[in-house]
Ligand binder design. Structure first.
Ligand code: NAP
Length: 349
């Protein structure tokens, strides 16, 4: 019998996704590196341990699988061995990465994926489902758009895993898309004011966001810039980190960071998840300077990610999985962003 595998089911997001997938009757196999932690999940569905440095164990895990959903971050450590195993075993691959580097790796493997009959769709969470949907929606409204700007604002708590992934990458430069190519870009290099028509929020360059790759694929727009709202102290840290990378990458800095992260709760409480909100803003412009603008509002980013990850897991398992590197809105259209309860998409102009 074919199966759906959720790898990284022991993490904060993994546990929420596993519960929703079981509640939806998808009967997933819950997987990860630690048999004890998997057994402790206590969900009424099978569990299987397989370490990432054991290709033989990964192949056995995927032996009769249709699709693997990878929730084990940071993804620069976990994507490669799991995607390799998916290609070897002919299993579709989904993950919750949201950074350009992992999307680039997946997109560069497009010919190999097509040859293997395997779909790879990174970014099945808040990164990049709603931004990809807004991008495709706007590109349909303005097919000759030359520039696309995507911004997001989140309110609510972040998980320990997200903070770890974010601070891990903070010292590195990122990219933006210009004339169809990815060019190096600094965090917080530019700013914009965006809103939903009644609110205004300052956003700054987010050079790690994967949309420069995914929306490049799903819309073909040549220039793509990505922005996010962050508190002023983080804006300062983003500007300073590339000039003094040892503040993030030295062994002492890593130890301090690990100790600080270990003291945090693993993620938002259910009450905090109820309070969190997200806003995605998109703008396209053509050569003549004509602009189209849309905004998508939704629930907390984790709640959103859990819903879209399970929805895309179910759709992929049902066979909606064209081989190659794919984006959520490329395969499922902009409506995929609205499959999460409490989400709305509106044109501003
Ligand atoms: N793009 C988005 O929209 C979005 C949204 C939410 C989260 N995320 C990302 O998703 C990731 C997970 O977040 P989280 O809050 O759930 O983090 P978390 O609570 O720290 O969970 C991390 C999970 O990854 C597993 N893992 C880590 N390294 C591993 C390795 N080398 N081999 C096997 N398993 C490994 C952990 O297994 P153990 O339990 O055995 O340690 C655990 O299951 C983070 O990278 C976060 O940034 C992305």
């Amino acid at each position: 019998m074919s199966s759906l595998i959720i790898y990284g089911a022991t993490g904060y997001v993994g546990r929420l996704v596993a519960r929703l997938a079981v509640d939806r009757g998808l009967a997933p196999v819950l997987a990860g590196r630690d048999a004890g932690r998997l057994a402790a999940l206590g969900l009424d569905t099978p569990v299987r341990a397989a370490a990432l440095d054991r290709p033989d164990a990964l192949d056995r895990l995927l032996d009769d699988a249709t699709v693997l959903l990878n929730l084990a971050g940071p993804f620069h450590r976990t994507q490669r061995p799991l995607l390799d195993a998916c290609v070897r075993t002919g299993t579709h691959y989904l993950d919750l990465s949201g950074e350009a580097a992992e999307f680039l790796t997946a997109s560069e493997r497009d010919p190999e994926l097509r040859a293997a009959g395997v779909m790879a769709m990174p970014g099945v969470g808040f990164g990049v489902v709603p931004t990809d949907a807004v991008a495709v929606h706007l590109a349909r409204r303005m097919p000759d758009a030359r520039r696309l700007e995507l911004s997001f604002v989140t309110t609510g708590q972040v998980s320990r895993g997200t903070l770890g992934t974010l601070t891990d990458g903070m010292a590195g430069t990122g990219v933006q898309r210009r004339a169809g190519r990815l060019v190096p870009a600094r965090a917080a290099a530019e700013h914009r004011w965006i809103g939903d028509g009644s609110t205004r929020t300052r956003v700054v360059t987010n050079p790690w966001r994967a949309d420069v790759v995914s929306a490049g694929r799903s819309t073909g727009v040549a220039d793509i810039a990505t922005f996010f709202a962050v508190p002023a102290p983080i804006r300062l840290a983003l500007r300073v980190a590339p000039a003094a990378p040892w503040l993030v990458t030295s062994p002492a800095a890593r130890r301090v960071r690990a100790a600080l992260l270990a003291r945090l709760p693993d993620g938002p409480t259910p009450a905090q998840l109820d309070e969190g909100r997200t806003l995605v803003h998109g703008l396209v412009r053509d050569e003549a300077g004509t602009v189209a603008e849309a905004v998508l509002t939704g629930p907390d980013a984790y709640r959103y990610s859990v819903h879209t990850a399970v929805e895309l897991l179910a759709r992929t398992a049902a066979g909606d999985a064209p081989p190659g590197y794919r984006t959520p809105a490329d395969v499922h259209g902009p409506q995929i962003a609205l499959s999460t309860p409490g989400t709305a998409l509106r044109d501003l102009r």
